[in-house]
Design a binder for this molecule. Structure first.
Ligand SMILES: C[S@@+](CC[C@H](N)C(=O)[O-])C[C@H]1O[C@@H](n2cnc3c(N)ncnc32)[C@H](O)[C@@H]1O
Length: 247
């Protein structure tokens, strides 16, 4: 091989090995802008992650009797919840993910006949159970609303949104909270009641608990400010936010 041919070959080989020409390895890393990630699907979850938290599978209507269990009064102290909510007569309230209406009728009593509770559900079977419960209790100021997983479809603006043991089941939490915030009156409150994720002695499946820090982290993406966290309940915390004033 003559010297010129040898040099040409060396140049060709070195060019073909330069990093710029090496194809990038395929990546499964989420892009920095991706809102949700897909990951391992655990027994109670859907394999979709938001801020590092796996979203829980929603509770189906087949488990509705659990929502009306007698021990619930001692375990969740609805009397203390109502005290903490500080509802006023005439308030408009949304009970999102209301289930059978365990909290809907209690709030309806607190706000009186001039007030109204929207009981929002994605499961029509739960709405039927809500209706039956309200009839059974003679409560007339609770209105069932069929929502979607991105929009509660409230008929009008509300003073307060309550979510008891629900938020961790939202499969589109960002979009759902964005819609909720739009449907809140200025200065309106959003209240999360979740089993305390910080406390290993609370006998609830991990994906159905949430820490205060996680809720605050996820709400930082919304036009909400944290007001207080009330810790008077035996197993849950009540995390209260207010809608920020529009700029
Ligand atoms: C564990 S139950 C709690 C029911 C009620 N809040 C209570 O404490 O008795 C959760 C409920 O949230 C509902 N849910 C889940 N995702 C929802 C969403 N995006 N919009 C409305 N309801 C939802 C489920 O259908 C289920 O009935």
């Amino acid at each position: 091989m003559n010297v010129r041919l040898h040099t040409l070959l060396l140049i060709l080989i070195s060019v073909s090995l330069t990093p710029a020409q090496t194809p990038a390895p395929p990546t499964t890393e989420p892009t920095p802008t991706a809102r949700y990630q897909t990951g391992q699907r655990t027994r109670d979850g859907i394999g979709k992650y938001y801020f590092g938290r796996e979203i829980a599978h929603f509770m189906t209507h087949h488990a509705a009797p659990w929502l009306e269990r007698r021990e619930r009064e001692q375990e969740e102290r609805p009397d203390l919840v109502l005290k903490a909510l500080q509802l006023r007569p005439g308030d408009l309230v949304a009970d999102i993910g209301c289930g059978t209406g365990y909290f809907s009728w209690r709030m309806a009593q607190a706000i009186g006949e001039k007030g109204l509770v929207y009981g929002v559900e994605i499961q029509k079977e739960m709405l039927a159970l809500l209706d039956a419960q309200m009839k059974h209790r003679g409560v007339q100021n609770v209105q069932g609303v069929q929502g979607t997983t991105t929009d509660p479809k409230l008929p009008g603006p509300v003073d307060l949104v309550l979510m008891v043991d629900v938020y961790h089941e939202f499969d589109q939490p960002f979009e759902m909270m964005e819609s909720i915030c739009k449907q809140l009156k200025p200065g309106g409150r959003v209240v999360f009641i979740e089993y305390r994720g910080e406390d290993p002695s609370v006998p609830i499946k991990p994906l159905h608990k949430m820490t205060e820090a996680q809720v605050k982290k996820e709400m930082a993406a919304q036009p909400l400010e944290h007001i207080e966290t009330i810790k008077t309940l035996p197993r849950q915390h009540l995390i209260v936010f207010r809608k920020k004033a529009a700029k």
